[in-house]
Design a protein around this ligand. Structure first.
Ligand SMILES: Nc1nc2c(c(=O)[nH]1)N[C@@H](CN(C=O)c1ccc(C(=O)N[C@@H](CCC(=O)O)C(=O)O)cc1)CN2
Ligand SMILES: [Mg+2]
Length: 288
């Protein structure tokens, strides 16, 4: 078997087009476009790239983007004061604090300071709780994008064996909650899991989000499985050039899977498209 390669870039672009149409409707009805404010603290090069990509995508969708780039030495009170100002600004519908934050800042305290109605990352404890209780919520963009890709590949996933590898608050835990909400039988594997290979071999859906290049061996994949790779690991190839690889050994996994996402061009573009969808959702909820 050779897997169908899921084109997250094309799927992400299609979602962005749908969001842009919704944005135009919103602007016509309310006399203003939805606004997204992105906050970056420090100069992490990857984060700077992602923030730039978010700004471009937001503007391309017809929304108003404000990027707040703060020095790495910004204190926690200074950051909290900016968030309070954005919370109070009626033209701001979505607020996103790019992660990771510098070590001297308490990430949990900062995420909890964002107005849950403007929390387009879905990281606020209120949105986390709503998702886990099966209530309407702003849902983290990466797992929401993964779920879209899975449902488009498989259709109904009720009762299917799903394995989420990784238990981060950003991807693993919300991914498990989303799969459970679709009635999949969900297992979460993590660094203490014994016999990861046996879990992978049983799974009809695998979502890997650990950040370890090639952790999941292709030979472990159950034939026909839907394989979603969230890992984005920068490695140096034999030619000395840096390249991006996922958590799953791509070629051997592709030979066994039914569907597989590439890295890059799989899950990544869905994250940004999902952010735009969340911003429009937040804007609509705030005017209703
Ligand atoms: N506040 C947040 N911080 C972080 C999030 C998040 O969702 N919210 N996720 C990641 C980084 N991230 C967005 O912020 C992100 C990562 C990757 C991509 C992407 O499109 N990747 C491309 C490859 C790009 C490249 O060459 O580097 C791909 O996979 O095709 C978009 C967004 C951590 N922080
Ligand atoms: Mg910290």
């Amino acid at each position: 078997m050779t897997a169908i390669i899921i084109d997250g870039k094309a799927r992400g672009l299609a979602l962005r087009t749908t969001v842009a149409a919704g944005v135009a409707e919103f602007a016509a009805a309310h006399g203003r476009a939805p606004g997204l404010s992105v906050v970056l603290v420090g100069q992490d090069p990857a984060s700077a790239v992602y923030v730039r990509m978010k700004g471009v995508a937001t503007r391309e969708a017809g929304m108003v983007s404000a990027e707040h780039i703060l020095p790495a030495e910004t204190s926690e009170p200074e950051l909290l004061a900016l968030i309070a100002a954005l919370n109070a600004d009626p033209t701001v519908d979505g607020i996103l604090v790019q992660l990771p934050l510098p070590r001297h800042i308490d990430t949990d305290r900062v995420l909890a300071a964002v107005d849950p109605a403007k929390d387009v990352d879905g990281f606020h404890p209120i949105n986390v709780g709503k998702l886990s209780a099966g209530l309407d919520a702003l849902v983290p963009c990466t797992p929401a994008g993964c779920l879209l890709l899975i449902l488009e590949a498989l259709g109904d996933i009720s009762g299917k064996e799903a394995l989420v590898i990784g238990r981060s608050n950003i991807v693993g835990k919300p991914m498990a909650a989303l799969l459970l909400a679709k009635s999949a039988t969900v297992t979460i594997a993590h660094s203490r899991t014994r016999d990861l290979a046996a879990h992978v071999a049983r799974a009809e859906i695998v979502v890997a989000a650990v950040g370890v290049a090639g952790l999941v061996k292709g030979e472990w994949i159950r034939p026909g499985a839907c394989v979603i790779d969230v890992g984005t690991n920068r490695v140096t190839g034999a030619d000395g050039k840096a390249r991006l690889v996922g958590d799953i050994e791509f070629e051997p996994a592709r030979a066994r899977a039914g569907w597989i996402t590439p890295v890059p061009g799989g899950v990544g573009p869905m994250t940004i498209a999902g952010l735009l969808a969340n911003t429009l959702q937040a804007a609509k909820a705030r005017v209703s």
